[in-house]
Ligand binder design. Structure first.
Ligand SMILES: [Zn+2]
Length: 353
């Protein structure tokens, strides 16, 4: 599995206070060849409105770069941006936004072969530095498509401190989900007679540990933001090195994928969905979920399915569908029979206050 001989690493990972106000200095420091090249900024209407000054500053730093407001995070829009970039001889794509913007900008740079600079406005999941883009293909249906990772990642801690709390909680959830993902990865390797990639495993484990064992509990603090940024990036790099999403994605992600793909009306962020999925996954794996539950309570992550309108019947159905949502992916779900009574018991435990 994963006979992977080549991988890329970002040249720059800058996590600094007010970083967006001196992005040109950061780029000159790490990527002198790019400085002065024709660039385009990809963002969204609402972000361009909220962060007018910061985005204009970045544009100025890159020679008055065009600010392109994307409409939807679709495959077609990523291709349209790539076409524009190729025709207009643009060499650098700068994505400023959350997951939707960053996935579209990442894929556009993958197709156009432009340098990609990732500038997140929130830390909602580990797609920041992952070798995948999640894009709408037809209507609301989304697909995860392999692509290259960013050349530079610039995190402005002031920006993240001021981002909606739910986004940061989602990023924490995606990081903590590595606990059950790594268990499933090892299990899969055992069942298929292969090995996990030790270095990717260690990186993902460190990503998880740095947040799980973090002494700083104030998620609006700069210390915490720095730790979380690096944890998310390390998760992305673990996937790049492994050549697959396995270091960061196990049965808890299958649960989230069913919600995202089959129940689009359930309003829940990716990271909270995987956090919710990690509790049953942990129990099915024969591990004690107490550590995860205590952690979620400490940070105020609401993991009760009921809070998101997921009834006991839906919960059971989601877990049943999770078994087949990614055919060929071996997790604890492939190892055990579906037991509705067990899920009913887990559900009751999760909705207890
Ligand atoms: Zn994830």
């Amino acid at each position: 599995m994963n006979q992977h001989t080549r991988f890329n690493l970002p040249i720059c990972l800058a996590v600094e206070d007010d970083a967006f106000s001196h992005s040109d200095e950061i780029i000159k420091r790490y990527l002198p060849d790019i400085a002065g090249q024709k660039a385009i900024i990809i963002s969204e209407d609402n972000l361009i409105r909220i962060y007018t000054t910061k985005i204009n500053e970045v544009s100025k730093d890159f020679g008055g770069a065009e600010i392109y407001s994307m409409q939807n995070a679709s495959f077609d829009e990523a291709v349209a941006i790539a076409k524009k970039v190729c025709i207009e001889d643009i060499k650098v794509i700068i994505g400023i936004g959350g997951g939707r913007v960053l996935d579209t900008a990442k894929y556009a740079s993958h197709i156009s072969k432009a340098v990609y600079i990732c500038m997140p406005t929130s830390l909602s999941n580990d797609s920041l530095a992952s070798p995948f883009s999640v894009l709408e293909t037809e209507g609301k249906a989304r697909k995860t498509i392999p692509c290259k990772i960013p050349t530079a990642i610039i995190v402005d801690t002031d920006m993240i401190v001021n981002a909606p709390l739910g986004q940061t909680l989602s990023g924490i959830g995606d990081t903590i989900a590595k606990h059950t993902a790594l268990f499933d990865w090892k299990l899969s390797a055992e069942r298929t007679g292969t090995n996990v990639e030790d270095f990717a495993y260690a990186l993902a484990r460190m990503s998880y540990d740095s947040v799980y064992h973090c002494d700083e509990k104030d998620i609006k603090s700069r210390v915490f933001i720095r730790i979380l940024s690096r944890a998310l990036v390390m998760g992305g790099l673990a996937m790049e090195i492994a050549g697959s999403s396995r270091p960061c994605s196990g049965s808890e992600h299958l649960f989230a994928h069913v919600i995202e793909e089959k129940f689009p009306d359930i309003r829940i962020s990716h990271g909270i969905a995987v956090a919710m999925g990690s509790i049953p996954a942990c129990i099915m794996q024969g591990q004690d979920p107490k550590g995860l539950i205590d952690f979620f309570r400490t940070y105020g992550i609401d993991y009760s399915p009921m809070s998101y309108g997921i009834s006991e019947e839906m919960f059971d159905e989601i877990w049943l569908l999770a078994r087949d949502i990614r055919p060929g992916r071996v997790t604890i779900l492939s190892d055990i029979k579906h037991d509705s009574a067990k899920f009913s018991e887990i559900y009751s435990r999760m909705v207890e206050v």
